[in-house]
Write a protein of this length. Structure first.
Length: 221
């Protein structure tokens, strides 16, 4: 039974306090990088100009905010690697983290290219799909057997792999493009993203302190 892998509290919540530098580094890094990117965008005219259709803001708004957030993510990940130290789960997590960073960088610059050069949708989707493929290459896939085995619905290995690939690509494309649809109202995208981030933080804390014996499950990242 799959439930045999479930364990009790893996670590006390106090164990998470060792990661406070990640929170601090991410916040300071994002804040500083976003300010710097804003200055660069304004200086070189990389701005979103208002129009009479969707862009209802009164003054041009600087692009490159995503680049600032990406820099904050990179700084936070590096701080997290430092906090892990010589943990036994360090090696697999390092591979996943670098995969997430590589995919995130590609997705970020595809979005930036779309903002500046207004690239064709097909090229944008291709770039986003390539970001999803990077996640697949480092082994970040959903474990469908946690759903199918308890329900008595075994799947052929080949079909399961194809379905996992489809889910990852669909998730990445859906997440990135759904956020693109939320830019019609100032602050809406940022607010929704903040709510999602808090929910993921709560889930990560739960999985890290009470979860499965398969330490280092990508979901915990």
């Amino acid at each position: 039974m799959i439930f045999e892998n479930i364990i009790g509290p893996a670590r006390p919540v106090s164990w998470l306090l060792r990661f406070w530098p990640v929170l601090l580094a991410s916040f300071v890094g994002s804040l500083g990088a976003t300010w710097l990117c804003k200055q660069i965008a304004i200086k070189f005219g990389i701005v979103d100009k208002p129009d009479d259709m969707v862009k209802t803001h009164k003054e041009p708004i600087a692009y490159l905010g995503g680049v600032g957030m990406l820099i904050g993510l990179v700084v936070g990940v590096l701080a997290g690697i430092g906090c892990l130290g010589d943990e036994e789960i360090f090696s697999p997590i390092l591979k996943w983290l670098f995969g997430i960073l590589a995919g995130g960088m590609l997705a970020c610059f595809v979005g930036l290219a779309d903002d500046i050069f207004n690239i064709k949708p097909a090229k944008k989707f291709l770039g986003q799909a390539m970001a999803a493929v990077i996640l697949l290459l480092v082994g970040i896939t959903p474990s469908l057997r946690y759903i199918t085995d308890p329900l008595g619905l075994p799947m052929p290995d080949g079909f399961e792999i194809v379905l996992e690939v489809f889910i990852v690509i669909f998730f990445v494309l859906g997440a990135t493009n759904s956020l693109n649809l939320l830019d019609g109202l100032d602050g809406l995208c940022a607010g929704v993203t903040a709510i999602i981030t808090i929910a993921m933080l709560i889930l990560s804390i739960h999985l890290m302190t009470w979860g499965y014996s398969e330490v280092g499950d990508p979901v915990r990242i």
